[in-house]
Design a binder for this molecule. Structure first.
Ligand code: C2E
Ligand code: MG
Ligand code: MG
Length: 669
C-alpha cells in the first residue's frame, strides 16, 4: 500500500513531468533508488564471499584488494547517490541519472567479469563451478533491483550471459549447452517480466495523471462553489453572506478605534418596474444599480447586494466624515438618473440610503448594521430618494423601540390589548353600518402605546402573528354581539398577509364563527404589504375570501397605487388614505385625484371610503368628488365598543351631509 509521503512524492513527480514517458522515467529512477541499498548489500556479501574463497590460492590483490575496492567504491557510490537524490529532480536530470546508472552498472558487470576471469587460473574444478554460479547468479539477481527499467535489465543480462559464455562455455562439455540454454531462458523471462513491469508502471502513471486532473478539477469546482456561495449571480457583487463577513472583518476595535461606515440602500419604485415591465427589466435595473454603485463608491469601498432591491456598502475608516455624507448623497443622485431598459424604454427608480454614524459608539459590527437599518427606515418613511445618517433622535427612538420590544415580549396581549372602533359613516344620511377596529395597548409598564409605534415594532421584530391573532379574536367576539347589519374591518399588518403560517392561523380562528358572522368581517391590507410577495399575498387573500370575508385596500394612494393590484386582487373596498382627505380642500390636484379614484372604483364595482375627513369643508369637497362613505374626526374619533352599539341600534345617528351643511350655514348666519 502507498504511504501518504509516497502519494505526495508521486503527485510532485507527476507535476514535474511534462509527458507520461517522463513520469515513467521518474518512477523508474525512484524504484531503482529504493532497491539500491539492497543491491549493494548483496554485492558486498557476494564479493567478500568470493574473495574469501580464494584467499589461500590467489594473490592478495585479487582476494583482498579487489573486494576492498569494490566495497569502498560501492560505499562511496551509495553516499553520492543518496546525497544527489534529495529533492525532486527535473526530467532532464532523471534521464541523465538513468544513463549514468546504465553506464556504471555495465562497468560494474564488466569489472566483475574481469575479476572472475583473473581468478579463474587459481580455481579448482569445484571453485570454477562456484565462479560460474557467482557470475550467472549475481548478475541475474542484481537485475531484479532494476526491474522497472527493461533496458538496464537487458543490458546487464546480456553482459552476464556474454561473460558466462566467454569464460565458462566448453563446447566439449554437453552440460554447458544445457546450463547456458537454461540461463538464457531464465534471463529472457526476467527481461519479459521487466517489460511487463514497465508497462504496468506506465498504465498506473496514466491513471494517476487522470486522477490528479480529476482532483484538480474537483478542487477548482470547490473554489468556484465557494466563490458562488459568496457572490450575487445577477450583479456579480458580493452577496449578503459575504457582506456580513466583510462588516465583521472591517469592524476591529482592538486594532483601530475608528469605525467603518456601513450604508444600506433600498430602491424606491423597483417593484412596479418588475411587475409592469417584467423580470428582465427588473434585472437590468439591478445590474445598472450595481454598476452605478461601483462607480460612485470606487475601489476602496465594498459594495454588496443583500437581496431583492437592497444593496449595502462599507466605507473604510480612512474616509473623512465630509466624504461619508457626500458619498451617500452621490448614491442618491446617481440612482435618480433614468435607467434604460432592454426594451429601449427608460425607467426611473430612486434610492433611499441609511448609514451608520461614527458619532455613536457601537459594541459590535451588528450595531453598525442596525444603525444603518434604522436610518434607512427613517429615510424611507419621509420621502423617496433621500440619504439619512443615524442621528441622536434615531438613537433615542432606537432605545424606545428596544424598551417597547421588551415590554411587548413580556406582555399578556390578551389582557392588555383592547379594541376601539371608528365609525365609517354613510355621509348621505349619517348612518353607520361598519366600524374599523383599531388596537390600543395599555401596557402596565409603559402606559398607553400608540398603535403606529407598537405595530411597526411588532413588524420589525416578527411578532405580528401574536398581535393579529389577539385582535382578530377580540374583533370576532364583538362582531358576534353586534346586530346583523353591522360589519367590522380589521387591520392586517404587512407580514401577516405574506405569511402562510399566520394566514392559516387566522383562518383557523375565523372558521370557528358561523358564516353570517364571517360575512360581516373585512380585512384591511396595505398596498406596500402586497408588494413584498404578490403571489403569496394573492394566495392568502383567496383563502379569506373563500371564507366569505371582504378585503379592503387600506391607505390607497400612499404606495404605488397600481391599478393592477386593484384588478388582480379583486378588492371589495378601497380606502383612500387620510393624507388625501386632509388635502382635499386645499389643492385642486387632491380633489382631482380623489374624484378619479372614486370614478375608477365605481367602474370596477368597488366600494370606496375616504379617510381623514376632519372638517365640513373637506366633506363638502369629498362629496363633490363623489365620495359617499367617510371615516374621520368630523364624525367621530375611534370610540369604545359600548358607545358604538347605539349607532348600530339606530338609537344614535350622525347628521347627514345636508344637515351638516345646514348647521354650517346656520353657524355662519
Ligand atoms: P389606519 O388603518 O389607516 O387607521 C386609521 C387611523 O387614522 C387611526 O389611527 C385613526 O384613529 C386615524 N384617523 C381616523 N380619522 C382621522 C382623522 O380625521 N384625522 C386624523 N389625523 N387621523 C384619523 P390609529 O388608531 O392611531 O391607527 C394608526 C394605524 O395603526 C392604523 O392606520 C393602522 O395602520 C395601525 N393599526 C391600528 N390598529 C391596528 C391593528 O389592530 N392591527 C394592525 N396591524 N394595525 C393597526
Ligand atoms: Mg385601516
Ligand atoms: Mg388607513
Amino acid at each position: 500500500m502507498l504511504s501518504k509521503t509516497d502519494i505526495q512524492t508521486y503527485r510532485k513527480m507527476l507535476q514535474n513531468a511534462r509527458t507520461p514517458e517522463e513520469a515513467v522515467m521518474m518512477e523508474q529512477l525512484r524504484a531503482i533508488t529504493q532497491n539500491i541499498p539492497a543491491l549493494y548489500l548483496m554485492l558486498v556479501i557476494a564479493v567478500i564471499a568470493l574473495g574469501s574463497t580464494f584467499l589461500q590460492q590467489a594473490p592478495d590483490v585479487l582476494t583482498i584488494g579487489v573486494p576492498t575496492v569494490f566495497v569502498l567504491l560501492g560505499a562511496i557510490r551509495l553516499l553520492i547517490w543518496h546525497h544527489g537524490q534529495k529533492g525532486m529532480l527535473h526530467p532532464e536530470k532523471v534521464q541523465r541519472k538513468l544513463l549514468q546508472v546504465e553506464l556504471l552498472t555495465s562497468l560494474l558487470f564488466a569489472s566483475l567479469g574481469l575479476w572472475v576471469w583473473a581468478l579463474l587460473p587459481y580455481a579448482s574444478d569445484q571453485e570454477r563451478l562456484y565462479l560460474s554460479f557467482f557470475t550467472a547468479f549475481t548478475g541475474a539477481s542484481s537485475t531484479i533491483c532494476g526491474i522497472s527499467r527493461p533496458r538496464l535489465v537487458g543490458m546487464c543480462l546480456f553482459l552476464t550471459l556474454s561473460v558466462f559464455c566467454i569464460l565458462f562455455f566448453d563446447p566439449d562439455e554437453q552440460f554447458y549447452y544445457f546450463a547456458t540454454a537454461q540461463i538464457a531462458v531464465t534471463y529472457l523471462v526476467f527481461f519479459l517480466a521487466s517489460q511487463s513491469y514497465k508497462r504496468r508502471l506506465a498504465q498506473s502513471v496514466v491513471l494517476l495523471n487522470r486522477l490528479n486532473a480529476e482532483n484538480r478539477r474537483a478542487s477548482e469546482l470547490a473554489d468556484t462553489n465557494q466563490s458562488m456561495a459568496l457572490t450575487d449571480m445577477l450583479t456579480g457583487l458580493p452577496n449578503r453572506r459575504k457582506f456580513f463577513q466583510d462588516v465583521d472583518a472591517a469592524y476591529n476595535p482592538k486594532t483601530d478605534k475608528r469605525t467603518p461606515v456601513v450604508g444600506l440602500i433600498d430602491l424606491d419604485g423597483f417593484k412596479p418596474i418588475n411587475d409592469v415591465f417584467g423580470h428582465t427589466a427588473g434585472d437590468a435595473v439591478l445590474i445598472e444599480t450595481a454598476k452605478r454603485l461601483r462607480r460612485v463608491l470606487g475601489e476602496d469601498a465594498s459594495v454588496a447586494r443583500l437581496g431583492g432591491d437592497e444593496f449595502a456598502y462599507i466605507l473604510p475608516k480612512s474616509v473623512s466624515q465630509k466624504d461619508v455624507k457626500r458619498i451617500a448623497q452621490r448614491i442618491v443622485n446617481a440612482m435618480s438618473e433614468p435607467v434604460r431598459l432592454p426594451n429601449k424604454d427608460t425607467s426611473r427608480v430612486s434610492a433611499s440610503v441609511g448609514y451608520s454614524s461614527r458619532a455613536f459608539p457601537v459594541k459590535s459590527a451588528r450595531d453598525l448594521m442596525e444603525q444603518a437599518d434604522f436610518a434607512l427606515f427613517r429615510a424611507k418613511e419621509h420621502k423617496i430618494g433621500r440619504a439619512v445618517e443615524f442621528s441622536a433622535v434615531h438613537a433615542e427612538s432606537q432605545m424606545r423601540e428596544a424598551v417597547i420590544h421588551q415590554a411587548m415580549k413580556k406582555a399578556d396581549l390578551d389582557a392588555e390589548l383592547r379594541l376601539v372602533f371608528q365609525p365609517i359613516v354613510n355621509s348621505t344620511d349619517g348612518e353607520v353600518t361598519r366600524c374599523e377596529a383599531l388596537a390600543r395597548w395599555d401596557s402596565p409598564e409603559l402606559g398607553s402605546v400608540p398603535p403606529l409605534e407598537f405595530v411597526s415594532i411588532a413588524e420589525k421584530m416578527g411578532m405580528t402573528q401574536q398581535l393579529t391573532r389577539v385582535v382578530v379574536r377580540k374583533a370576532l367576539a364583538h362582531l358576534r354581539d353586534w346586530p346583523e347589519l353591522a360589519s367590522m374591518s380589521v387591520n392586517l399588518s404587512a407580514q401577516d398577509i405574506i405569511s402562510r403560517e399566520t394566514s392559516d392561523a387566522l383562518v383557523a380562528i375565523i372558521l370557528t364563527e358561523p358564516e353570517e358572522v364571517r360575512r360581516r368581517l373585512v380585512l384591511e391590507v396595505t398596498e406596500s404589504s402586497l408588494l413584498n410577495d404578490m403571489e403569496e399575498a394573492r394566495h392568502n387573500l383567496m383563502k379569506f375570501r373563500f371564507l366569505g370575508l371582504k378585503i379592503a385596500l387600506d391607505d390607497f394612494g400612499t404606495g404605488y397605487s397600481s391599478l393592477r393590484y386593484l384588478q388582480d386582487l379583486e378588492f371589495d373596498i378601497v380606502k383612500i388614505d387620510r393624507s388625501f382627505g386632509a388635502a382635499i380642500d386645499s389643492t385642486a390636484r387632491g380633489l382631482g385625484l380623489v374624484a378619479t379614484i372614486q370614478h375608477l372604483c365605481r367602474s370596477l364595482n368597488i366600494e370606496c371610503i375616504i379617510e381623514g375627513i376632519e372638517t365640513r369643508q373637506q366633506l363638502e369637497v369629498a362629496r363633490s368628488a363623489g365620495c359617499r362613505f367617510v371615516q374621520g374626526y368630523l364624525y367621530s374619533a375611534p370610540m369604545e365598543a359600548k358607545d358604538v352599539r347605539a349607532y348600530f341600534a339606530r338609537e344614535k345617528r350622525f347628521p347627514g351631509y345636508r344637515e351638516l351643511l345646514q348647521d354650517a350655514n346656520r353657524d355662519v348666519a
